[in-house]
Design a protein around this ligand. Structure first.
Ligand SMILES: C[S@@+](CC[C@H](N)C(=O)[O-])C[C@H]1O[C@@H](n2cnc3c(N)ncnc32)[C@H](O)[C@@H]1O
Length: 287
């Protein structure tokens, strides 16, 4: 059966907290992030010590890079199954994955699997998109075998460092991004920052033996091409593009644009003092 034949309609739930729908497509940004953070994500997956023959679920698999890395760890004889709400992300993950990998379009709150199907569930940067995160973790725990691990990854519990040389401009830029998201999705500051409750949500969902581990995604100049591409395209041009203009003073917006412009002598990514830091946290619990 082709993966697409197993599509489950998820539209009935409406949008998620951050605007995800079956129709939404930010595959390009997801691909850039996965390529950028590949060293840290692969190390986190290797540290899980998966074994050949295991069945793992990547819930909110996006464009499927981690799905492929998970599949490598459980081969031979195992399987990594991807699930995502967005049709475009499922299509991208299907293209990226091995032909035998199953990728389903579905809402993880109604994951179309029998109870106790998986030896491990991996879910990165997704639980914070749900209106009911504890219900989401409970749904993931339901499809995991008793005694198996639920691994919830989340970047940026603490603010990322982009401008090591100018904390003020970085602070007002981060605040402008948050204000943009609050306006766009009608959220309060508490809604946007409640992602930091991930550990508490895991405990509220009655996972056992919950623990957290944070690593730093750290980059300094000179950057690898994947780092430069992610920071330039996903952050400088997309997240910090024209849409931030209303939220910054004219002087700050002009300075930000100069730092983000590869043609400008002030371009941030070629400064010798460019030093990027982002924390990435894995909260793990047992069903
Ligand atoms: C920020 S992306 C993270 C994707 C991937 N895990 C990664 O780390 O690159 C969040 C993903 O969760 C998916 N998603 C959001 N709500 C979902 C839901 N209720 N069920 C399944 N997938 C969902 C989105 O479509 C999107 O692909």
């Amino acid at each position: 059966m082709s993966p697409r034949a197993l599509t489950v309609a998820a539209d009935a739930i409406g949008t998620t907290l951050l605007g995800d729908t079956a129709e939404r497509d930010y595959a390009a940004k997801l691909r850039l992030f996965a390529t950028f953070a590949e060293p840290e994500l692969r190390a986190a997956i290797r540290a899980l010590q998966l074994e050949p023959g295991m069945r793992v679920l990547d819930a909110g698999c996006g464009t499927g890079e981690a799905l492929k890395w998970l599949a490598d760890e459980v081969a031979p004889g195992g399987a990594a199954v991807g699930l995502d709400l967005a049709r475009a992300h499922v299509a991208a993950a299907t293209d990226h994955a091995a032909p035998t990998t199953l990728v389903l379009q579905a809402d993880l709150l109604r994951a179309p699997f029998p109870s106790h199907s998986f030896d491990l569930v991996w879910c990165v940067n997704t639980i914070n998109h749900l209106r009911h995160p504890i219900g989401g973790i409970e749904a993931l725990a339901n499809v995991a075998k008793p005694g198996s691990r639920i691994v919830l990854g989340q970047s940026s519990f603490l603010a990322d460092m982009y401008f090591a040389w100018d904390a003020r401009l970085e602070r007002v830029t981060n605040e402008a991004v948050r204000q943009y998201y609050r306006d766009r999705y009608g959220l309060s500051e508490r809604d946007l920052t409640n992602v930091r409750s991930l550990l508490g949500w895991a405990r509220a969902a009655r996972l056992r033996d919950v623990h957290a581990q944070t690593v730093a995604i750290e980059r300094i100049s000179p950057l690898r091409p994947a780092d430069r591409t992610y920071l330039l395209q996903a952050i400088f041009r997309h997240t910090w593009g024209e849409r931030l203009r209303p939220y910054l003073s004219a002087a700050d917006y002009a300075e930000l644009q100069a730092l983000c412009d590869p043609q400008d002598a002030r371009f941030a990514l070629t400064r010798p003092d460019f030093h990027f830091l982002q924390c990435f946290t894995l909260v793990t619990g047992v069903t």
